[in-house]
Design a binder for this molecule. Structure first.
Ligand SMILES: Cc1ncc(COP(=O)(O)O)c(C=O)c1O
Length: 438
């Protein structure tokens, strides 16, 4: 090393240390003086640790997908007790690559053009679109009004010889009866994508969601239990079957990072080993910065989920005891444990309360309400162009339960950073709103 390069290296190190110290001090100051933007779900929750980790990546040189993404995948798999996971740039991308895998030759029951795939009527858009993007037909299945999850009876009614798969969604963190759903899938030779984008850490019989379906997806968008700003994960039970395929799908269809990378290189010595393409694929890669943030967040995830459960129980007990006859809250099945993403409220048919007036009142007090995910998806303008069909528990195409939840229900954001006064403020405002909406 020349004297000049030595001096440059020393100066860089000193500056970097100073920058990280400042970033950390800034993060700490923000934390001490933060005003929980109470019911706003798109506010940053980053502390000094995440800010420093992100800036450290930016200053370090290696910013595109590398070791930190791998480390986060491994840490996530460990946390979720999943055999393996692949990180992508959103929960929507996780659904897309998972669906592509379930439609591929590797799938035990490949979803082909014209096949049908069940999905709950109360769902998110990008839980439905990958079905259509594979050339398959989405079948909206009515919900159970108590859990707000897909109704088992309606699923049974919806299955035909054309059915090839199920997209299960654990709505607002409330876990679906996965043992019954998997038994149904096995009986009818269906593949299952478990969309856990709202349910990190929810359990069924003590087993974390994301460990029942063939593949599962998680979202790390800002409002979710753990956030990397944008980000997502596919977890899998059978890495031998899926992992290499998903790695190619995530990045250009090439071989980089696959377990059989060297084999491909020796089979095609005439090709440059870094540019061998073996599958159709996308580019849905996360960056090192996103993974670095995720690694920090994962260390605090258990504590956050505990706090979310605490807030949810407090609200549930209060609301049920005071307004249980008017307001229906989401019910969790015995031996299932929710990991709350939000609080759903459905105004009962017998109640004289007007749900719109109630929401307008809450909004006027800074408590934002939103639909139950995207509401009844059959009501969305895009649905008409998807050539799907709808099935209810009575076998008809009338999504009565989903429609009721759509028109009479809404969701309040629930966040680990809500302070005790904010939690209480919500109950006070709900009481005042109920009075104003009679
Ligand atoms: C059930 C469900 N699936 C998928 C997604 C998509 O996740 P992302 O926003 O990370 O793309 C969401 C988003 O909130 C969701 O709620």
């Amino acid at each position: 090393m020349t004297d000049l390069t030595k001096e440059f290296a020393e100066q860089s190190e000193t500056l970097k240390r100073e920058i990280l110290e400042k970033v950390s001090a800034y993060g700490e100051l923000q934390r001490q003086h933060s005003q929980p933007g109470d019911f706003d779900l798109i506010r940053s929750t980053f502390e000094a640790e995440e800010l420093s980790a992100a800036v450290d990546v930016l200053l370090g040189g290696q910013v595109t997908m590398a070791g930190k993404v791998k480390a986060f995948e491994q840490a996530w798999s460990h946390w979720n007790h999943s055999p393996a996971s692949i990180m992508v740039n959103s929960g929507s991308s996780a659904n897309l690559v998972a669906m592509a895998a379930l439609a591929s030759r590797l799938s035990p029951h490949p979803i082909q053009a014209g096949d049908e795939v069940l999905v709950p009527a109360i769902c998110w858009s990008t839980s439905v679109f990958p079905i259509v993007q594979m050339g398959a037909i989405p079948v909206l299945v009515d919900i159970d009004p108590l859990t707000l999850n897909m109704s088992l009876e309606a699923m049974e009614q919806a299955i035909t010889p054309k059915t090839r798969g199920i997209v299960v969604i654990h709505v607002l963190g409330n876990p679906c009866p996965m043992r019954e759903i998997m038994a149904l899938a096995q009986k009818h030779h269906l593949v299952v994508l478990e969309d856990c984008c709202e349910a990190h850490g929810a359990t069924v019989g003590g087993i974390k969601v994301g460990n029942f379906g063939d593949l599962s997806s998680f979202s790390f968008f800002l409002s979710h239990h753990l956030t990397t700003i944008e980000g997502g994960m596919v977890s899998m039970q059978n890495p031998e079957r899926w992992q290499d395929y998903l790695i190619s799908q995530r990045a250009h269809g090439w071989i980089r990072g696959r377990s059989d990378e060297a084999e491909w290189q020796s089979r095609f010595p005439g090709l440059n080993g870094g540019w061998i393409f073996v599958e159709t694929g996308y580019n849905l890669r996360p960056t090192e910065m996103h993974a670095a943030i995720g690694l920090c967040q994962l260390r605090r995830l258990d504590a956050w989920i505990k706090r979310r459960k605490q807030i949810f129980s407090y609200w549930r007990d209060n609301i049920t005891s005071r307004w249980g006859e008017q307001l229906q809250l989401q019910q969790t099945l015995p031996d299932h444990e929710a990991s709350p993403f939000g609080l759903s409220i459905v105004v009962q048919a017998e109640s004289s309360l007007d749900p719109i007036t109630l929401q307008t009142y809450l909004k006027s007090k800074g408590i934002f309400t939103r639909p139950l995910i995207a509401g009844n998806f059959a009501r969305q303008p895009v649905w008409e162009s998807l050539n799907g069909r709808c099935v209810a528990a009575d076998g008809s195409d009338q999504l009565t339960m989903a429609d009721f939840a759509h028109t009479r229900g809404f969701m309040i954001g629930l966040h680990q950073d809500l302070s005790d006064p904010a939690v209480e403020f919500f109950i006070q405002q709900l009481a005042a709103g109920i009075q104003a909406s009679q």
